[in-house]
Design a binder for this molecule. Sequence first.
Ligand code: ZN
Length: 65
Amino acid sequence: MSLSHGGRSAFERLRARLDERAYTCEACGFVDDACEWEAATSGATVEYRRECPSCGTEHVRRYRL
Ligand SMILES: [Zn+2]
């Protein structure tokens, strides 16, 4: 990795931030407090995806590194 925000990577910090809170599905209102985001990075951005276990809607969060 070529991230240089001192100590832990920005990647790790974003992930920790997402994992902190329960996730509420915007489509069906299902609250998932054990959410697992799947991370994928492509250079300048990192994308976290998860699928609602209730309705199957895919949610994406995209951040700039
Ligand atoms: Zn849902």
